[in-house]
Design a protein around this ligand. Sequence first.
Ligand code: GRG
Length: 300
Amino acid sequence: MSAKTKSFDLNQFLATRTDAVNAALDKFIPSEKTKPATIHKAMRYSLFAGGKRMRPAVLLAAAEACGGTDKAAMPLACAVECIHTYSLIHDDLPAMDNDDFRRGKPTNHKVFGEGIAVLAGDALLTQAFEIAAQAASWPRYSHRDLVLEIAKASGSLQLVGGQVADLEGENKKLSIAELKFIHERKTSALLCCSVRLGGMSANCTPAQLKALTDFGYNVGLAFQVIDDILDVTQTSEQLGKTAGKDVAVQKATYPSIVGLEKSRKIAADLTAKAFAALNIFKGKAVALEALAEFLLKREK
Ligand code: GRG
């Protein structure tokens, strides 16, 4: 880590960007009173339940590294958070992970019922594309490119595909290669897409986009390895979601296959690869570097 990154005030970066993302989301999403009110209440309930806003944060940081602005990147930051929140609502449903607790609150279906929770997820997924369509296009990246980016990361080859492989892998012994296949799709794809969209919102060069892709892919994988570690080392109160779930449903994870210590080493190695990808930014990617470090050391 460079001296510049060490002195970078990540807490301030996260606080100001989270506030800005929340304010933008508040404008994009219909108010709680808009009819039919239940669906908008349900969408807002999960969207504003206190998520870490990591995908918007990496997106805005990538835009900054490429000389872009928060203003241009903001619609895309909101779009990826809508996709992420939809995936959490659906993942928590009884037909999937069957969880009662998320972002420190009862899950969406516990409050609004399963039908509305399914629809709140559907509406957030659709809303993401409506918001992305309101972003600017750029000489190097058209609206078509931006929409394709989000659709590809969210569809059956990536996010949904990862969730399918995850469901089908329950109660089975998986190899590290099979687990990586799940993590690349379930977690890394949307994080990588977020980083790339940040660059695209700044009209980044092809070389910058390649660097951001390498960074996002490796940080995304590290994020899931850490998530697996936290599931066994933290409490539900610390995480704001049910801890120990992976062991309870005998889910294959890095700690269950290679142990905690090796899992920590794998996460650190992936983060080092992510750092190396940022070399071409010559010190301009301090926010991205600080975020990668933060994600490696996070406790929730
Ligand atoms: C239902 C299509 C579909 C996909 C679900 C999101 C997901 C895929 C499953 C949830 C479980 C899980 C471990 C997903 C991997 C991604 C991940 C670690 C999500 C949690 O992200 P955080 O920690 O959550 O950024 P917050 O609440 O802080 O936004």
